[in-house]
Every structure is written in C-alpha cells, then in structure tokens.
Design a protein around this ligand. Structure first.
Ligand code: SAH
Ligand code: SF4
Ligand code: F3S
Length: 474
C-alpha cells in the first residue's frame, strides 16, 4: 500500500512467480564523477535486475544505456552532449538491425539540465536525477508505452533507500572493497558548489539499513568498506533505539561486524569533525588512518567568501587533535585556486597551510563558475592565466609532499589487503591502509587476506614490497 502511494511501480513488488521471469537484456552504464556516482550506478543495476537487465561491456550490445553524469566543474554539459552524439549513432545502428535501445541520462547534469537535454537530444528516452532511480522500472515501462521521453528530476517525498532492492554488486566473488552510501545531499551551500542543487537536502539513512547492507557486504567477502556521503561526518541517522546516531556511533557499531577489518569514510567536512569522531579514531583500529578532509583554501578571507564556516587555524587544530590520538594518520584534501577575490596573498596562505599540514594526497582544481551558484555571479573573477600559474605551483608542492609521504613508508612493515593478481606473473597486488597500491611476489591464494608487507621501493604510483614471514605463505 505504502509502496504504491509513493509511486513505486508494481513491477518492483509484484514479480514473485518464476513464470514471469523476463527475458535477459543488456545494460551498459557509463559512470562519471564521484564515488557516490559509482555506488549509484551499481544500485541502478540492482533496480533493473528484476526486469532482466544484466551488465554488458559495450554500448552496441546494450538494450539500455545509462549515462551517469557529473556537474561539478566546467564543460560538464558539453561532455554529456558529445557522448550522447556517439550513443545516438549506436542507437541508430542497432535500429537498422531491428533492435531497440533505451538511452537514459542520470546523475547531476540530468538533475540540473534535464529539460535542455531533452530539447537538444530528443533521442534520449529517460532523464532522471540522483534521487529518483528507485523508480527506474516504472520509467522504463512508461518510456516503452508512451514512446516519448520520461523526465524525473523532482526530489521525491519518499527516500529512495527505502525502496531499493538488496544490493547484488558486492556478491561478485573477489570483491574485497566496497562503497556504501550512508548520507546524501548537502545543506552547506558553499559559494562555488552545485551539489546542494543537484543532490538535494542533507539526508541520512537509518542505522539499521546501513548495518544490514554492511553485513551483507561482509558476508559476501568484502573486508574494506568506504562509507560515502557528500558530508559523511554530518551523518545523523535514526538508530534502532530511536536515538539519532552520529558517524562515530555508527563506526563503533560497524567495527563489531566480524571480518570487517577496514572502515573508511568520505567526504568529511571540517565543521563536522566532532570530539566523538576523533575519539573513534583513537579507539577503533578498523578506522583507517587516512582521512579525506577537504580544506579548499588556506586563506580566512577566501574561506569566508566560500561560506565554509571555519578558519585555516580551525583546520590546523582539527588535524593536530586527530594526530594526537592517531599519530600515523595521513590526510588528503581538495583545493580550489582562483576563487573570486583570491589575491596572491590569499594564495600564499593556501601554500602555507599545505606546508604546515603536510598532505599524503590531494586534488586541486581551478575555480570553475557553476551556473546558479553565488560565486559565479560574484565580481573579482580571477584571470585564467593566474589560475593556471597558481594551480601549477600548488600541484608541484602537493606532488612533493605525496612523494615524501610515500618515501616514509619504504623500510616500514604495513598491513596490505590483497585484492587482485599483480601486473607481472607471480605477483599479487593490494592496498595499504593509506590506499596506495602495493605489489609483492606471492601466490594467488593469498588474495583476500590482509598480511604484513615490508615496503622496499617506491614506484611512480605504487609501492613494491616483500611479504614478511615469507616461508609461512610459500
Ligand atoms: N562535500 C565535499 C566536496 C564535494 S565536491 C566538501 O565539502 O569538501 C568535490 C570537490 O570538487 C570539492 O571539494 C572542490 O574542491 C571541487 N569543486 C567543487 N565545486 C567546484 C568548482 N565550482 N570549481 C572548482 N572545483 C570545485
Ligand atoms: Fe559542496 Fe560545500 Fe556541500 Fe561540499 S559542503 S558538497 S563543497 S556545498
Ligand atoms: Fe559530480 Fe554530482 Fe558527485 S556533481 S562530484 S556526481 S555529487
């Protein structure tokens, strides 16, 4: 009853009889953007599985193609239209051989530019935002019936997580790492950012649903879970006891799941880094000592203009408190150079913050005006050549820090979770607690285990090492 009221299609609830098993159809999903889009693409596959859709590797063998898009920086829409041009040819070629193809555009560009997509690319059948993909089966049915395009970019009253089928993606054998979305949306409205408009208001999944999904993942072999959210440490889910749980409390509960040896979370906001979460880093060995905590800028003036709600010293203070309880904690961050109003002095403050903190990894971007955001309409836009020069200087410093961090691991013994065969025969590969790929010589049957490795060399984007106590594993 509730399901129907919420507009969830009958197909999702009324497929019990084996006789109704639909024919198998090919589904090809192209994913751009952040890890949440990767998670969403897998969940769209779950939603479409009862209709007979199974993943295929190429668009020309697909009965349905989903383009899951990202709107975070410039030329996002143009990139979508150029990809759609390519997919149109695939659709036409399939049509001449009597096959039909549904083209769907999902994700953040779909949310922001849905009408424009249908106007410019009339061969698109479905446009859907990130909060409506639980309704995909209904949209597929409507597209087939009506023969016209279907657009679903409202923010529905119901929560999609209440209507998604159980995830099947982690059931793939050998999948040792997985993403798990626990929080979505954002109410922070940083001056430069489209996310509050494309993902909607901040919303947390209930604790029981997160724990159940984590348990299923671990039962299927997952050992390393990354909890996802646009502001993941603002998590405030309803607990089984009726209380509101923060991320720290959720982490303690997840740490009780036997076999879950690594827990990560991303992306956190400095404003939500509370004492309880810092204490969890002290108490829980499963919480990996690697934290993505974007600061964006080291200038208080620019942080204020960005509406970030903290100062550069607040950030230094959080990092100090985290390292006090977890001395091996390494940090990664995002930076934006050339936000409107950024002077040479402001940029130097960013460089100084980088020198003070020391990052193991960082992503840095030139400010890109996003339509509809406050910063896009602000005066004092920074010239492109100045942005270029600042980005180059910042990236050089960040690269040096990344290399220096990797170099500190040489000679140390670190736990490596082995996830796959290595590049060369006789090698296996895994990842360190800090996410660097690590290669060693070793037998394939060790894949799936977490073992101590002595790091012997730093390669360009990975580390090489040897298994400790080698004779035990030979
Ligand atoms: N919720 C996260 C960030 C999500 S967006 C946070 O608050 O930190 C990922 C990154 O893209 C941001 O951290 C920012 O560095 C970058 N970004 C977002 N909007 C941008 C814009 N308009 N121009 C350039 N970079 C941008
Ligand atoms: Fe965007 Fe700011 Fe929200 Fe992060 S906190 S998603 S940067 S508005
Ligand atoms: Fe991009 Fe949307 Fe993620 S804009 S970064 S796909 S939240």
């Amino acid at each position: 009853m509730v399901l129907r009221q919420s507009g969830v299609p009958a197909t999702m609830t009324a497929l019990p009889a084996a006789a109704q098993t639909p024919p198998t159809r090919g589904l090809h999903v192209i994913t751009w953007g952040c890890q949440m889009n990767v998670y969403d693409s897998a969940r769209m596959g779950d939603v479409l599985r009862p209709l007979g859709f199974r993943p295929v590797d190429t668009p020309d063998t697909a009965d349905m193609i989903i383009l899951n898009t990202c709107h975070i920086r410039d030329r996002a829409a143009e990139k979508v239209f150029s990809e759609l041009g390519r997919l149109r040819l695939v659709k036409e070629a399939r049509k001449t051989s009597g096959q039909s193809t549904i083209i769907a555009v999902a994700g953040c560009v779909a949310q922001a530019e849905g009408e424009e997509i249908l106007a410019r690319a009339p061969y698109v059948d479905i446009v859907l935002g990130p909060q409506t993909y639980h309704r995909l089966p209904e949209m597929v049915a409507r597209a087939a019936r009506a023969g016209g395009a279907v657009i679903e970019t409202d923010f529905p009253a119901e929560q999609k997580f209440d209507f998604l089928p159980e995830s099947e993606a982690p059931q793939t054998p050998g999948n040792l790492t997985a993403f798990l979305t626990i929080q979505e949306g954002c109410d922070k409205f940083c001056s430069f950012c489209v996310v509050p408009y494309t993902r909607g208001a901040e919303n947390s999944r209930p604790v029981a649903s997160v724990l159940a999904e984590a348990q299923r993942m671990v039962a299927s072999g997952v050992r390393d879970i990354s909890l996802l959210g646009q502001n993941v440490n603002a998590y405030h889910g309803v607990g089984p006891d009726g209380d509101i749980w923060g991320l720290a409390r959720l982490a303690y509960a997840l740490a009780e799941i036997p076999g879950l040896s690594r827990i990560r979370y991303t992306t956190s906001h400095p404003r939500d880094m509370d004492d309880a979460l810092i204490a969890a880093h002290r108490d829980l060995p499963q919480l990996m000592p690697f934290l993505h905590l974007p600061v964006q800028s080291g200038s208080d003036r620019i942080l204020r203009a960005m509406n970030r709600g903290h100062t550069a010293d607040d950030y230094r203070d959080i990092v100090r408190r985290l390292r006090d309880v977890r001395p091996d904690l390494a940090l990664s961050s995002d930076f934006i150079v050339g936000h409107p109003g950024e002077t040479d002095e402001d940029f130097e403050a960013t460089m100084q913050l980088v020198r003070d903190v020391g990052f193991a990894l960082a992503y840095s971007f030139k400010y890109s005006p996003r339509p509809g955001t406050p910063a896009a309409g602000a005066g004092m836009q920074v010239a492109e050549d100045i942005k270029d020069a600042r980005l180059q200087a910042l990236q050089k410093l960040l690269r040096e820090q990344q290399d220096a961090f990797n170099a500190t691991l040489v000679g140390q013994t670190v736990p490596v979770l082995f996830t796959s065969k290595g590049r060369k025969p006789g090698q296996i590969a895994g990842r360190s607690p800090w996410l660097q790929p690590v290669h060693v010589s070793g037998p394939e049957h060790l894949i799936g285990q977490e073992l101590p490795v002595r790091i012997t060399e730093r390669l360009s984007n990975s580390l090489g090492g040897i298994l400790e106590e080698k004779k035990v594993y030979a």
